[in-house]
Design a protein around this ligand. Sequence first.
Ligand code: SF4
Length: 334
Amino acid sequence: MKAVYEEPRVDRVEPAERRPVTYSRSITLVLTHDCPWHCRYCGFRTDGEGLLAEAEIERILKEAKEGGAREALLISGERPGTMSHIRDELNRRGDSDFLGFANRVAERCAEAGLFPHGNFGRMTEEEFGRVRPHFVSMGMMLESVLDDPMCAPEKKVAGRKAGIEAAGLAKVPFTSGILVGWGESQLSRMKSLEVLAEIHSRYGHLQEILIQRYVPNAGSSWPAGAAPTLEEYRQMIDAWRDWAPGVAIQIPPNLESRWEELLGELDDLGGISWARDEVNPNRPWERVEYYKRRCMNQGRMLQERLPVYESHCSEEWLTDRWMEKVRKFRERKR
Ligand code: SF4
């Protein structure tokens, strides 16, 4: 019998019409918006909000089950555990530190049948090693090779590169990408992609990259700049295919209104949720059926994937426990 659910293999790049476009049905748990820094473009951070309440975790997990989510995206501000009010709250809840809390929430997600994908900003190899048993994949954007003086120290280019390398050393299936449309040049976009490809050539851990359009949110003090033209998008995609064959390219459709014009080239639409986009709340997604129809109109099938790509579903990248969960998930879908 033919499997209903088949992970697409993107090791070889086949003509677009023969490849499905993928997406992940996800729900987001913001472990905290609190962040010690004030990056100019950020519309996410807060002060003094504290950690996601235990009752709220359970409410979101219930919503995830009802909505049929597979991926639990766990995110936070940068190094929230360095803030004293967060440390106090972690102590009160009995968590050793912020990553201890993140791992505990990830375990609740796994118990609820979800596949946790985490993004907590820059981390060390040792920290990635700590979260690896609890998360099926992790991510952090490179964003750009250009340093913005108003960005958090943790987000300087050298730090971001070190964080992406650390994930590779820790053998964590990883998502990264670049931010476009904030005033950068096409040359800097290409250089940013080149840096990602170079890191990937050493560790092989990138499963996908985002070319993510910058959209200012309430709280962002950085205006949007010129978005890439379609030709510039295609130049980036072509170069990436040469530099990192088999590593999928995602363009989030709620952030780039011209995504359909790029359907012939892209691989993935990213996490799509019926719930709100916690990072870009002004840009909710359409329903999955809408994207399915739009893809079909162009002869491409929209197919669900897990947060970990098939390219990284192996003993090299996943612990035995996650291999087993992926295998059971596939069996259930047959
Ligand atoms: S972008 Fe990240 S590091 Fe910068 S202020 Fe926002 S949450 Fe903090």
